[in-house]
Design a binder for this molecule. Structure first.
Ligand code: NAP
Ligand code: 8YV
Length: 309
């Protein structure tokens, strides 16, 4: 009997091809009347391929066994509700850590040397009119990493290669990690030139980078957010960027993305990126392969590769 699974948003082509070879795939986002489709067919669905599953959908899929997420962050999956319904949840950690770390360093260098602004300056024909300006290096600066996890450690290694001093904040000091640990985020911000945010999204980290943390980072301080927009007090960040209370920001994620606050678009001490951390062909294919492998393991009765527990 064919195993029927559901998608509610497009997935990378290689992943969709692999799923179609193995399963009967229904794409809810392509249905003319998604609600009517779920009412008529939801009982046949055994798995959801992709992230973004809330309890309202779970309740309409009575035989859902597993949600195979696409991405390592699971803040857009109601994991608590899934657990209560004995629905397994998997994600795609590790395979994307290098890509996210590379983008993070790219955003840091771009902000430090105003690379996007320099490109626009040349394209606008302004160079003959004078010099673009002097900015600053990463070398010798202190970077405070908020969330020294799988990706945070890859960022730290690359920052060290840029001759930066690395310190970190998390809920726990990690044994065997030689970077200086701060249990107080505001204290770390005060002692840092750069603050890189790479902890998980969700209620536990909402606006943890508060106005007081941003003020502690200060007028020369640079904020990088490659985690989730929810971790930063975005209105306070914008106000401090405008007033000079915060030196600059490089942002790959936003509170209400893909909508980005208009106020950010006009700021010259900001670099903006449309949630591109894992957006390479190689990494997205690897994420898709891991999603499929988790589903295959589940239906073969074998241990899952990356279960969210
Ligand atoms: P991970 O290995 O689980 O690392 C998470 C780190 O955050 C851990 O070091 C953890 O340390 C720390 N942490 C967790 N809760 C915290 C809290 N309340 N306060 C302070 N620190 C906390 O996860 P990962 O694989 O590195 O991924 C991290 C996040 O990056 C994902 O959840 C996702 O939101 C984001 N991400 C973004 C992109 C993008 O495209 N921009 C791509 C991939 C991932 P403690 O347990 O010691 O607190
Ligand atoms: C997204 C991410 O998953 O993995 C994560 O948590 O934030 C990204 O890799 C990616 O944008 C696919 O939706």
């Amino acid at each position: 009997m064919a195993i029927e699974i559901l998608q509610t948003r497009p997935l990378v082509a290689s992943c969709e091809r692999a799923l179609a070879q193995r399963y009967t795939v229904h794409k809810l986002h392509e249905q003319v009347d998604p609600d009517a489709w779920v009412v008529a067919n939801g009982a046949r669905i055994r798995a959801h391929a992709g992230s973004g599953v809330q309890v309202s959908l779970m309740d309409r899929l009575p035989n859902l066994e597993i949600i195979a997420g696409f991405g390592v962050g699971v803040d857009n999956i109601d994991v608590h509700a899934a657990r209560a319904r004995e629905i397994r949840v998997t994600n795609t950690p590790d395979v994307l850590s290098d890509a996210v770390a590379e983008l993070t360093l790219g955003l840091m260098i771009s902000l430090a040397r105003r690379i996007p602004q320099g490109d626009r300056y040349v394209r606008a024909g302004k160079w003959p009119g004078g010099s673009f300006g002097l900015f600053s290096e990463l070398t010798g600066k202190t970077v405070g990493i908020v969330g020294l996890g799988r990706i945070g450690k890859e960022i730290a290694a690359r920052a060290q290669a840029m001759k930066m001093r690395v310190v970190y904040h998390g809920r726990h000091q990690q044994p065997g990690v030689h970077y200086v640990y701060y249990d107080d985020l505001e204290a770390m911000a005060r002692d840092s030139d750069w603050l890189v945010v790479i902890a998980p999204g969700g209620k536990g980290t909402e606006r943890m980078v508060s106005r007081s943390v941003l003020e502690a980072l200060g007028p020369e301080g640079m904020l990088v957010n490659v985690a989730r927009g929810s971790l930063v007090d975005e209105p306070a960040m914008i106000e401090l960027l405008q007033s000079g209370g915060l030196g600059g920001a490089a942002l790959d994620v936003f509170e209400h993305e893909p909508q980005v606050p208009e106020a950010l678009l006009g700021l010259d001490n900001v670099v903006l990126s449309p949630h591109q951390g894992s957006a390479t062909r190689q990494t997205r294919d690897a994420m898709g392969a891991l999603l499929v492998a988790n589903l295959d393991r589940h239906f073969a009765g074998e241990p899952l590769i990356s279960e969210v527990v």
